[in-house]
Write a protein that binds this ligand. Sequence first.
Ligand SMILES: *[C@@H]1O[C@H](CO)[C@@H](O)[C@H](O)[C@H]1NC(C)=O
Length: 254
Amino acid sequence: MLRLLEYLVLSTVFLSSWHGVVANPISTDQSPPQRPFQFSESGSDMILTDTVDAAIDSILKDFKTPGGVGVAVVRKTPDAGWNVEAKGYGFAKLDGTKITEETLFGIGSNSKLFDILATGLLISNKSLSPGISWKTKIASIVPEWQLMDPIASAETTILDAMSHRTGLPRHDLILPAETVSDEIHRLRYLKPSTGFREHWQYNNHMYTVLSYLPPVLTGIPFETYVTDFILRPLGMSSSTCAEKIPSLTEFPKS
Ligand SMILES: *[C@@H]1O[C@H](CO)[C@@H](O)[C@H](O)[C@H]1NC(C)=O
């Protein structure tokens, strides 16, 4: 499941307020001056202009990358609408296929944000009975849940799991389990390295646990939940949760 999460792919990289960075490339003398972020007044003043296109192309050239980027600039308009610009720069494939605003990228741990969004939707779901909150204890909703530290096991809340403060270090190299349920069941065998809520320690397994909340509470698989309640309502029709991880042999040889 972790790998499924890691391969949740999106068509674009959202750069809601990064345009200052994009518009002010570090390495060229003819960089346009940096502008402060401004709300679009008419909805017509574009950020991704020819000048910005040229700046992004020159950054790609400086990095000598064979690849490229997808860029989206999303701004609120004064009338509470959205001004969205999306473009692709550079190459998606060795055969010369260009990156467009529909090109899919593996977003790695940025998929954790979708875990959080999905959990937020569950928390605001008034039809769930009993309902849950950020303070709901994982032990009260996930049957497979148990940690070696009895205090962490009993007390870990949804917010603790999200905040990397259960006392468990990464333990990324445990043998992959067949199912999410099995992976969660194995957490009880992993040694904590600090006390509960004592330190921040990055832990991927907790996000696997969070991805289990939609199926355990609504019966809907995580991938379907994210697709139906987040991606599709946002009009992200190309974006998807990958069904399967591409094996190394499927990557083009260079
Ligand atoms: C809300 O909960 C109900 C009842 O379990 C479920 O049918 C529905 O799909 C849920 N919707 C969301 C967005 O969580």
